[in-house]
Write a new protein. Structure first.
Length: 95
C-alpha cells in the first residue's frame, strides 16, 4: 500500500460500490482501507510490536463485521464510523 492516509470520500465511495456490486477487488480494497485506519490509529497507543499486529488484525475484522451497520442515508462520514470502531477495539483491550 503506497498511501499512508485515507480520504473519507474514497472510503465512502468504495463502501457504496462494494455494497452494490459485491466485487472481490472492491472488497479487498475496502479491507485495505480498514487496515490503513487501524494501522494509523494504533500509533497513538503504546503496545509491543506483537500486540500491535494482532490488534490491527482484530480491528480490521471488527470493521468488516460491522460495515453493514453503517447507513449511508444517515451519514456520509464512513471514516469517522470506522475510526470509532477501531478505537473501541483498542479501548476494550486496555480495560
Amino acid at each position: 500500500m503506497a498511501n499512508t492516509y485515507l480520504k473519507n470520500k474514497d472510503l465512502f465511495n468504495m463502501l457504496i460500490h462494494w455494497r452494490k456490486t459485491d466485487e472481490h477487488k472492491a472488497g479487498e480494497k475496502l479491507a485495505e482501507y480498514f487496515y490503513l485506519i487501524a494501522n494509523n490509529l494504533i500509533k497513538k497507543f503504546y503496545f509491543t510490536d506483537v500486540e500491535k499486529e494482532e490488534l490491527v488484525q482484530e480491528a480490521v475484522l471488527r470493521c468488516w463485521e460491522y460495515q453493514h451497520k453503517f447507513d449511508p442515508n444517515k451519514s456520509t462520514s464512513a471514516f469517522a464510523y470506522f475510526t470509532s470502531t477501531v478505537y473501541n477495539v483498542y479501548r476494550i483491550h486496555f480495560n
